[in-house]
Ligand binder design. Structure first.
Ligand code: 6R9
Length: 670
């Protein structure tokens, strides 16, 4: 705990940062929340009288086919949480139809494909027609309410159309990030029992072509549940394999469908989607989100956190394969009838000016990205920024990992020109929407702090050693939430016990986030990274356990432990420590050793995806262990972070004699 106290102390010195005048001058109309006092009143009501608070907002923000009978039920003790009971609605209707009826020609999606010259936009009316056709195809294949459909597509409008089409017929989408390997796709499709997979022939990213359909074919080999695959022609390469009777091209299948089919009403508590995420142990979990609560909090957080007005243009640079793409590229902006930019490429393609050309071309008012992208631009692309007029920007968001105060300042100055509000939004796949975040223009923030809780969220800092909640300010520990909120995950697909064990059991009566945090003397929250074995590489959440499992399967590996270390560019990076089997590899022969390490990296790339590759592989003769045989990752973490002098208590360690040898192996590596 001593380290944490230093952190609270540092946080206490941070100055309040107020919204610049320019922000207020550039709003299309008045703020939705007038000031801090109104936030406090609303917040108090959201905690003390959630029935009234959310009951009213649910009626104001969503269209219900059948009104709900009760706002909320269930408890964190029991894990039986439900919101808007007996209410019926359709997520697609709320994101598309009602806006197409009111404003058919308003822009809904802006597509920025890999090839910059091919950008285009589509209106709500056009979106409705495209969604209906895909929904019709799925229905014609027998997909019904409650069935799961996998989406394995790059960040293109088709990914959004596919998700909305699935939601329209009451089915459940499970988007699998298109950077995942065939094996990872297979695990997720099998776990969810998907009937259909929606994908493309090939993908384009940074000028490179990716053989997406081939990966899907490999992944689905032997998978019985999938009867059909819908293939969007992204490149139109005729050489792509299509299995007759199973695989159908998107445009050909849609040509037979009507441009309007009605929505299928779903119960507020029916699942809207599954999204697989890494935890500290075992297989990835299919986090279950439900229609009513998820959609409401998507709309409310997008409205209040970003101060989003209908005429704004929202640019979320994150991929739809992650929760940020679900909530803030799709459901949040579209439920509010606001245009959203769908960006397929990378910040570096064709050059580091890409983000800023997009902002200036479409007059984006909001830009939302992970710090890792900002670090890259700060390091290598800074000179590009001032070439473009990005003065349309009003709010800049950060998500996915802690943003260091100096990067916050850089973002504010270089991108925001001191004219924007910066919102450092802390949340998770499981929370569905923001947990702790500034509200643009409503209350002051602090550089590097996630600041104050969103409506309905009652945060708690818990002492991990005693399990007791720490009251008052100036405390640090692990972060939990002692309220329930509409968009919280309801379950882990097919494994409700795992949901309870992971989130609700660690501290009875609380939802456990898995993160460390501090509350400073102004009551502001500072997120301090994961408390468990999850690493965050470029905003991608990875379980060290998953990577270890892959490495352990390699013939030459006797034992291994992976840890996350800080990295200037990617936030964190994975370092793998291994001991080898007798005769596995002659590590004194540099050539042989390099080849061996490469084969390990290829295993990880192939099994999980390129983003999970260890940055370094360090071979040691023994791993540090407790007397009961548990690998002591914290010892490796300290050694790899050059903090060997702070290794701490080694009284439980069985083999302390290996430490000097590990230290020298690390020295040789870097
Ligand atoms: C939205 C998303 C969740 C984990 C979370 C935390 C980290 C996210 C953060 C942040 C500090 C922020 N995280 N936002 N840490 N400040 N603003 O990223 O979801 O992929 O599930 O990751 O990411 O560690 O627990 P997900």
């Amino acid at each position: 705990m001593s380290n944490n106290h230093v952190e609270v102390h540092e946080a206490n010195g941070a100055a309040f940062r107020y919204a610049p005048d320019h922000f207020f001058k550039s709003q299309p109309s008045a703020s939705y929340i007038a000031n801090e006092e109104q936030y406090r009143q609303m917040y108090d009501q959201s905690i003390n009288d959630p029935e009234t608070f959310y009951g009213n907002l649910a009626k104001e923000y969503l269209h219900w086919d059948k009104p709900f009978a009760k706002v909320k039920s269930g408890s964190l003790e029991k894990g039986d949480i439900a919101w808007f009971l007996q209410g019926e609605l359709n997520a697609c209707y709320n994101c598309v139809d009602r806006h197409a009826f009111a404003n058919p020609n308003k822009v809904a999606l802006i597509s920025e494909p890999d090839e910059e010259s091919e950008a285009y936009s589509i209106t709500f009316q056009e979106l409705l027609e495209k969604v209906c056709k895909v929904a019709g195809v799925l229905q014609s294949w027998g997909v019904k309410k409650g069935d799961t459909v996998a989406v394995y597509l790059p960040m293109t409008p088709e990914a959004v159309i596919a998700m909305l089409a699935i939601a329209r017929i009451g089915a459940v989408h499970s988007v699998v990030f298109a950077g995942f390997s065939a094996g990872s796709l297979k695990d997720r499709v099998v776990d969810a029992g998907c009937k259909v997979v929606i994908t493309c022939d090939e993908a384009k990213r940074g000028g490179k072509t990716i053989n997406t359909k081939k990966i899907v074919d490999e992944g689905l080999n032997g998978v019985q549940s999938v009867s059909h695959i819908l293939v969007f022609k992204r490149t139109g390469n005729p050489a792509v394999n299509m299995t007759p009777g199973r695989d159908f091209y998107w445009d050909e299948a849609c040509a037979h469908q009507r441009s309007y089919i009605p929505c299928v009403s779903t119960n507020a508590e029916d699942p809207l989607f599954l999204l697989y995420t890494s935890g500290s142990t075992g297989q990835p979990k299919g986090v279950v989100h439900t229609v009513g609560g998820y959609l409401l909090n998507s709309a409310l957080s997008t409205r209040f956190v970003f101060d989003l007005h209908p005429e704004d243009v929202f640019f979320t640079a994150g991929d739809v394969g992650w929760i940020t793409g679900h909530t803030y590229a799709l459901y949040g902006p579209l439920s509010l009838g606001t245009a959203t930019i769908i960006f397929e490429s990378t910040p570096a393609y064709p050059d580091y000016g890409r983000y800023w050309r997009i902002v200036s071309k479409w007059k984006a008012t909001h830009f939302y990205v992970a710090p890792t992208a900002m670090r890259l631009i700060k390091k290598v692309g800074e000179q590009e920024i001032d070439k473009y007029d990005i003065s349309s920007l009003r709010v800049l968001g950060s998500v996915g990992e802690p943003i260091q105060p100096d990067l916050w300042e850089w973002y504010n100055e270089k991108i925001g020109h001191n004219n924007c509000c910066i919102v450092d939004t802390y949340w998770q796949t499981e929370s569905g929407a923001h947990l702790i975040t500034p509200l643009a223009g409503v209350f002051p923030t602090k550089a590097g702090a996630a600041s104050l809780p969103f409506f309905g969220i009652a945060p708690a800092i818990i002492d991990p050693n005693t399990g007791k909640e720490l009251e008052g300010n100036d405390v640090s520990g692990v972060l939990a939430v002692k309220s329930t909120w509409p968009s919280m995950a309801r379950s882990v697909f097919n494994d409700h016990q795992r949901y309870i064990d992971t989130y609700l059991k660690p501290f009875a009566g609380y939802y456990f986030t898995g993160d460390n945090a501090a509350r400073d003397n102004d009551g502001y929250y500072w997120i301090r990274g994961r408390a468990d074995d999850v690493v965050n590489v470029s905003g991608h959440r990875l379980s060290t356990n998953e990577i270890e499992t892959v490495l352990d399967e390699h013939d030459g590996v006797s034992e291994c432990a992976c840890i996350g270390v800080n990295d200037d560019l990617t936030g964190q990076a994975v370092i793998a420590f291994l001991s080898l089997k007798e005769g596995a590899c002659d590590i004194s022969d540099e050539h042989v050793f390099m080849g061996f390490k490469k084969s390990l990296v290829m295993e990880v790339r192939g099994s999980i995806g390129p983003f999970a590759s260890p940055k370094a592989i360090i071979v040691v003769d023994d791993l540090p262990k407790t007397r009961s045989g548990k690998i002591m990752r914290r010892v490796l973490r300290k050694i790899a972070s050059n903090e060997a002098e702070q290794i701490g208590d080694l009284s439980t360690m069985a083999n302390a004699e290996c430490i000097p040898r590990i230290l020298s192996a690390v020295d040789n590596q870097f």
